[in-house]
Design a protein around this ligand. Structure first.
Ligand code: 5GP
Ligand code: MN
Length: 346
């Protein structure tokens, strides 16, 4: 019904590893989003249904609104339970690595990941995976890990074990990483998979509300403040920058996830093709980047902020003050304009 994308050899090797495992530990990237949590929970649910003893370990807290996803209460947060998390990774028969491409993306779990003797399967959609895994199923052309995981489970002939709950988790990731099918959404087969998941009983309207339309009053005020007072437009470079300092975040009782989606907003302005959001955290400046069209923000993230990501959505960090981070960007505006805006016009 949908075309085969994952090569047969990887499927065969992954199947053998799963067949031979009893305990399976699933891990994903830091600040887990809907795709990371969704894919991990779906994998846990389906692999549990074939009799495996599955645990999901996350490097740190996931976005609060994802708590409503089926199985989320069973997730082991390695910040809260570091010893248990490390033990699950050290003692497991198989590590399933979902939605990340580099050891550094699992934060404090990177040591446990590197030292684990268990066989590893990586299923991911980020560019250039550098995980030392026995099976690497890497498809950067796919919009989400959940979409790739659905294909993987179907190839293992587990489609019938994807129940409503697992389907909800998979669709959550597909919706998260495409902005509810508004970008990276040109693959027609996405909608075949979506239809199958809805057929499993997912209430898509409720899922949409959970993922995209759940905000506290403080969160709404913070985002409005950021756009009203903190959005700078650099029209020559077709770029917008929003910065938020610790005091500003505190004023609106910021909690993790409150600025999710803020970075996308300036892209609504005609002529703004690149958007950056810088947030002051306790140890660094966290930078989020978004673009429209073929402007590669993953290159800007990598060159200026030691990060990476996808063509249109990337992130990185800056070690210094928020003002220095903003100045660092501003000193590269001409270069950005020259390479990514002017070149395109030619
Ligand atoms: P966000 O802005 O939502 O934090 O991140 C957007 C995307 O950029 C993520 O899905 C991830 O692929 C990528 N990304 C974010 N932060 C980093 C980072 O520090 N390093 C790398 N390599 N990729 C990142
Ligand atoms: Mn993803």
């Amino acid at each position: 019904m949908i075309s085969q994308k994952i090569n047969e050899n990887s499927i065969r090797k992954a199947k053998t590893l799963i067949d031979n495992a009893n305990a399976i530990t699933v891990i994903c990237h830091t600040s887990p989003d809907g795709d990371a949590v969704g894919s991990s929970l779906a994998a846990m649910r389906v692999l549990s249904a074939i009799g495996k003893d599955v645990h999901v370990v996350v490097p740190d807290a996931f976005l609060f609104y994802l708590r409503a996803l089926p199985g989320a209460s069973e997730i082991v947060d390695s910040v809260k339970y570091p010893e248990f998390a490390d033990k699950l990774i050290a003692d497991t028969d198989l590590l399933l690595c979902l939605d990340f491409n580099e050891p550094s993306r699992v934060g404090r779990l990177s040591e446990a990941l590197k030292s684990s003797k268990a066989p590893k399967i990586l299923i991911d959609h980020h560019l250039n995976p550098s995980i030392d895994a026995d099976v690497i199923i890497s498809h950067p052309e796919m919009s989400s890990t959940c979409y790739l995981l659905f294909r993987f489970l179907c190839r293992l002939e587990l489609f019938n074990l994807i129940d409503r709950q697992a389907a909800e988790c998979i669709l959550a990731g597909m919706m998260t990483d495409t902005g509810n099918f508004s970008y990276s959404c040109d693959d027609p087969e996405l909608y075949i998979v979506e239809a199958e998941l809805v057929r499993k009983g997912v209430d898509k309207a409720a899922l949409y509300r959970m993922l995209f339309n759940t905000n506290s009053a403080n969160c709404m005020r913070l985002n409005s403040y950021a756009i009203l007072h903190k959005m700078e437009l650099f029209t020559d470079a077709h770029l917008s920058l929003i910065t938020l300092r610790r005091e500003e975040l505190n004023r609106f009782h910021y909690t993790k996830g409150d600025t999710e989606g803020l970075v996308n907003r300036p892209l609504a302005i005609p002529g703004i093709d690149i958007s950056l959001f810088m947030r002051q955290e306790s140890d660094c400046i966290r930078v989020s980047l978004r673009s429209v069209g073929d402007i590669p923000v993953n290159i800007i993230a990598s060159e200026l902020f030691g990060g990476g990501g996808h063509l249109n959505a990337a992130g990185g960090e800056y070690f210094g003050t928020l003002d220095e981070a903003a100045e660092h960007l501003k000193s590269h505006l001409d270069d950005i304009r020259h390479r990514f805006i002017d070149q395109k016009k030619k």
